[in-house]
Design a protein around this ligand. Structure first.
Ligand code: GLU
Length: 448
């Protein structure tokens, strides 16, 4: 297989958080850039903790972000394959049974640490005599299984982000691949899947670096060339620390906060690089410019304030076609165009639409202002409206009263919208409509 195939492999034991979303996005971008495939692999070997509603949520989240997979696989449907490969490796002696209890292992760990030694599994299970093993089996002790690392083959790979990596397998514990109850740990099934699904590139967090070292030997043991690997730096909060908030930032939280998927994507595509975030870039453009070598090894900072800024820029660029369905009934293109520059979230359009529709609170006004507003009502009533009633009105009032600047505009804005700031009044007046505007000016003037 020459073409690129990547996978995103979440465990359905919770909602995707921002770190998972970054991994999914980067795998999507890597695949699409090469015209390749992006697979969703549901890592649900842990039937105790996996939940179907989380699987649905993962699909929905990817869909909302625009990261639709080209195929979906489930580990729980592939147990036969794992069993077959397991038998093969066990027959070859690359997987071996171990009978230690967790307490025994913990004790040995402590002893080693106490002596200042690394807590590497001592392979005591390999020394068991046949007779002792038979005895243990006869007493009903079920073994767990470890993959036997080849100590004679140093492990190296060229990491797409971290550069050349080197591990001495003798410094690693043989990883447990299967529990005594027959259930699978993540390590071996993942490799079996990566081979079966022709995965060419594994891009994941740096918490998997040492897993990669042992998995590379599993690829070799299974007779397959390892894929390319790249490990991304951890995502931290703006303060540079791992924050609880980062762990809880999910797609549903973004949605609840009124964040657009384009903003999440634009920010997460560039986070960890020194390249600027460009709110105008969509997924396809981001794929074209995606470059793993731009990512550094320093922790990538996720700054919610930056997400807000990117989101606002995106909202300001959204056309009516893109948001029409999310706007209040009756709010047409002119309404959106008028209000768009004054909001940071699409949902805030509704607040301004209420201002357009009224009623609006009466502003406190002194006698002089009330007289001015009465004059404004009369003036607006006398004018024929024309194309630009606001400039016609304020032009006439300026000439008649000598008011200018704030004294000219602010009382009108307050009377018409009930607020001191807001969208362009020339557009607002047209949306409010001439008759309603006269009514508002008149009631703010205190005249009945
Ligand atoms: N289910 C694993 C995880 O979420 C997948 C890791 C991988 O990408 O291989 O950590």
């Amino acid at each position: 297989m020459n073409s690129v195939t990547t996978r995103f492999a979440p465990s359905p034991t919770g909602h995707l958080h921002v770190g998972n979303i970054r991994t999914a996005l980067h795998n999507w971008l890597l695949a699409k850039q090469a015209g390749g495939r992006f697979l969703l692999r549901i890592d649900d070997t842990d039937s105790e903790r996996s939940r179907e509603h989380f699987v649905d949520a993962i699909r929905e989240d990817l869909d909302w972000l625009g990261l639709s997979p080209d195929g979906e696989e489930r580990q729980s449907a592939r147990f036969d394959d794992y069993e077959r490969e397991f038998e093969r490796l066990a027959a070859e002696g690359r997987i071996y049974p171990c009978y230690e209890t967790p307490q025994e292992l913990e004790l040995r760990r402590k002893v080693l640490l106490g002596r200042g030694l690394p807590p590497i599994y001592d392979r005591a299970a390999l020394e068991l005599s046949e007779a002792r093993r038979a005895e243990l089996e006869a007493s009903g002790t079920r073994p767990h299984w470890r993959f036997k690392l080849d100590h004679a083959s140093p492990i190296t790979w060229q990491d797409g982000i971290r550069g050349k990596q080197y591990f001495d397998p003798a410094q690693l514990s043989d990883p447990v691949v299967r529990r005594a109850d027959g259930s699978w740990l993540y390590m071996l099934p993942s490799v079996i899947d990566d081979i079966a699904m022709d995965i060419t590139d594994v891009l994941r967090g740096e918490d998997h670096v040492s897993n990669t070292a042992t998995q590379i030997q599993m690829f070799e043991a299974l007779g397959a060339p390892p894929p390319r690997f790249a490990h991304e730096a951890l995502l931290t909060g703006a303060q540079g620390k791992l924050s609880k908030r980062i762990g809880s930032l999910s797609v549903s939280q973004f949605r609840a906060d009124g964040i657009e998927p384009e903003a999440v994507v634009a920010l997460l595509a560039r986070i960890g690089t020194s390249d600027p975030v460009d709110p105008s870039l969509g997924l396809d453009e981001l794929a074209t410019s995606f470059d793993l070598t731009r990512f550094g090894r320093a922790p990538a900072r996720f700054d919610e304030a930056e997400l807000d800024r990117v989101n606002t820029a995106i909202v300001h660029g959204l056309g009516y076609d893109a948001v029409g369905q999310r706007l209040p009934d009756g709010m047409g293109e002119a309404g959106w165009e008028a209000i768009r520059p004054n909001i940071e979230r699409v949902e805030q359009a509704g607040d301004w639409w209420k201002v357009v529709k009224g009623p609006v609170p009466l502003p406190p006004a002194d006698d002089e202002t009330r007289a001015y507003l009465a004059e404004a009502a009369v003036t607006l009533n006398e004018q024929d409206g024309g194309d630009d009633p606001w400039h016609a009105l304020t032009g006439a009032l300026k000439a008649a009263t000598g008011r200018k600047g704030k004294a000219l505009f602010l009382p009108l804005r307050q009377a018409l919208t009930g607020r001191d700031h807001g969208p362009d009044m020339a557009l607002m007046l047209k949306l409010i409509g001439r008759d309603e505007a006269i009514t508002r000016l008149w009631s703010a003037s205190g005249r009945e």
